[in-house]
Design a binder for this molecule. Structure first.
Ligand code: S6P
Ligand code: ZN
Length: 189
């Protein structure tokens, strides 16, 4: 069996990069067509088409049963009443879990199963979120600065975006008078 070498990397807490790496994912607003409720607000903002989030990878060891490690940096902002958020996904390998560790900023993580179990957890510096297999996950920046979190997941997990794109999450996180509010997603079916 091939012997893989230990890997050392350095996280930059300021911007969420690892060893000054380039992002492996950069998602602009236009990549989230159909994800936000307020289509008019979405279209108006498309002229600028801001970056909503980036994902930075740690150099992986390449092991077959290995782990992937990376950070996500979600910019602050609002589309209509909804905060900037990730697409959200299930893992293709359904049983694959994941751990998120919040480094800075403030947000929410929505964790939901396909048959209607729904959990929302606050994210702030130091919170650790264990997402079991079969639970979809989406993160939302409810603060005024970037939300930065560190994630570890099985290298063979893969991503299934389709189910969430079609159905959405049962819960929306919207800007209320006194801060973020959780409401039922009227489009959820
Ligand atoms: C991967 C992990 C994160 C997300 C990232 C972007 O399993 O959950 O790295 O990929 O936060 O979110 P999304 O939903 O666009 O992949
Ligand atoms: Zn994931």
């Amino acid at each position: 069996m091939e012997l893989f070498q230990p890997v050392l990397a350095k996280l930059n807490f300021e911007d969420g990069t690892i060893d000054n790496c380039e992002p492996i994912i950069i998602r602009h607003l236009g990549d989230l067509q159909g994800y936000f409720q307020d289509e008019a607000a979405f279209q108006a903002m498309l002229i600028e088409n801001p970056v909503l989030y980036r994902v930075y990878p740690m150099k992986a060891s390449g092991e077959e049963a290995g782990l992937l490690v990376g950070t996500s940096v979600i910019e602050p902002g609002i589309v209509g009443k909804e905060y900037f958020m990730t697409k959200g996904h299930f893992h293709l390998l359904e049983k694959a879990p994941e751990v998120y560790f919040t480094l800075s900023g403030e947000g929410m993580i929505l964790i939901e199963t396909a048959n209607g179990n729904a959990v929302a957890q606050k994210m702030k510096k130091g919170t650790i979120h264990y997402i079991p297999g079969k639970w979809a996950h989406r993160t939302i920046n409810t603060g005024a600065v970037p939300l930065i979190f560190f994630a570890v997941w099985p290298a063979n997990a893969g991503h299934n975006y389709g189910a969430i794109k079609d159905k959405g999450f049962a819960t929306l996180v919207v800007k209320g008078k006194d801060g973020p509010e959780l409401i039922k997603n009227p489009s959820y079916h």
